[in-house]
Design a protein around this ligand. Structure first.
Ligand code: FE2
Length: 286
């Protein structure tokens, strides 16, 4: 399963491991997402991230920052009517659930800290990795599900760069339903910009990019469609994107990131910070 993993990862900036999770394990994760939807907070609590309210952007940023140690629900824009009622069923209007599924949910915790994941991290050379965040992504059909080209290290920054994403599709991914596309080798080009807690505390914007989005030429990217239950390892600096889901059904995925702790500094202006007196969960010791 792990043959040549590190060489491929270091050459391309990503590596695919097929058949990483069984169909039964994939179904267990999908069912758990449906259980999480059933436990979703009521409409009154959801209005705080409705962008149509006057200070919606700031509330959205705060909700995002506060989600790092919670199970929080993020909807596509336009999912609510002016009264905060969902316009379509939650499983069709959710963008993602995050960012502490790996800690607080027994199913996602079991798979995040399973031996196969630890072995993959070990194969990549991690000595003392921790898990700063996890997400369940719905990728529902529609334009708003597009993810623009980016590097994960923009959001999860360490010195030196150590972030690696584990991306586990729970449906077969195709060009039509929005598989990942990678710019091979782009992980060797440094961190292009960062997304940080705003040092200007008087500003309305709690989170800001350090520079505008670079232009990435689309012809540099390779589509990487994979079967459900695969695992794609994503280097923090490799540029990747996904197109809108043009199929008729969601393209579910579970994803989380690890960073090295040994001889590495986790940036204090990253959006996700361990809560007071706590640390991110160790991958090897859980
Ligand atoms: Fe990403």
């Amino acid at each position: 399963m792990f043959d040549d993993l590190r060489r491929k990862f270091e050459t391309d900036g990503y590596a695919v491991i097929e058949g990483f999770f069984s169909n039964e394990e994939v179904e267990e994760m999908k069912n758990e997402a449906l259980n999480l939807i059933k436990q979703m907070p009521n409409a009154a609590e959801r209005t705080e991230f409705d962008a149509s309210n006057s200070d919606g952007e700031q509330n959205k940023s705060k909700y995002f920052i506060d989600s790092s140690d919670k199970i929080s629900y993020f909807f596509e824009s336009g999912a609510f009517d002016p009264n905060g009622e969902l316009l379509v069923a939650p499983e069709l209007s959710l963008n993602k659930i995050g960012h502490a599924l790996h800690e607080l949910n027994s199913v996602f915790r079991k798979y995040t800290f399973c031996e196969r994941i630890k072995e993959a991290a070990f194969q990549l050379g991690f000595e003392d990795p921790v898990v700063p965040q996890s997400m369940y992504i719905f990728k529902n059909p529609g334009k708003s599900s597009e993810v623009m080209a980016h590097q994960d290290a923009t959001y999860i920054h360490t010195e030196p760069t150590s972030c690696v994403g584990f991306w586990i599709p729970l449906d077969d991914t195709t060009i039509e339903n929005g598989c990942l596309w990678f710019s091979r080798g782009s992980h060797k080009s440094g961190v292009h910009r960062r997304y940080i807690r705003n040092p200007d505390k008087t500003s309305e914007d709690l989170l800001v990019f350090t520079s505008p989005a670079p232009y990435y030429q689309k012809s540099n990217f390779t589509a990487v469609p994979v079967k459900k239950g695969s695992c794609i390892l994503i280097h923090g600096q490799v540029v990747h994107f996904s197109e809108p889901n043009k199929s008729k059904t969601p393209r579910n995925a579970y994803t989380f990131h690890i960073v090295e702790q040994k001889n590495t500094k986790y940036s204090e202006d990253n959006w996700a910070q361990p809560k007071e007196g706590k640390s991110f969960m160790s991958l090897y010791r859980n």
